[in-house]
Design a protein around this ligand. Sequence first.
Ligand SMILES: [Zn+2]
Length: 180
Amino acid sequence: MTAVTFIYGPMKSGKTARLIGDYYALSDNHTVAVVRPALDTRSPDGRVKSRNGSELNCYVFRNNAELMAHIDKSQCDVLLIDEAQFLASQTVLDLVRLSLDTGCQIRFYGLMTDYKGNTFSAAETITRFAQKLEPLFADCECGEPAQFTKFTGDTQGRTIIVGHDQSYFPVCTRCFLEPA
Ligand SMILES: [Zn+2]
């Protein structure tokens, strides 16, 4: 059985729609918990929302202790984590350990790289421990599959920018490396 899976792709590659689909597919035979870290401000009401309009209830945690308490309480045997790039690397390690100790399946959904093309440290840690990696692609304006995310707004020197969805767009490798 695959204990740790990383489903990753740029903005608008359908990660959240995939999470929601996986939730319904797995719920027939499993107790599934859906969580995400509190950093992302797009859905502060504790719901996971995809761009195609589907949504799901989701537990938003602010730290490791809250996450572990929720996992314990939910008695889940499958854990789906949205916006996994925002996790602390220690949280990723704790979840890998949890999967070994309890047999709970962990599925991370998130970005591999930031808008500069650098790998998020959480994504790097997840990649090292995942038994299964599933890349998702969006559509670049040029028609090629997009695996990077570009940011066109004012970054003000920050690496993580949340709540500016309209300023992000997915690009292919060529368009990322050789901007028009
Ligand atoms: Zn392109």
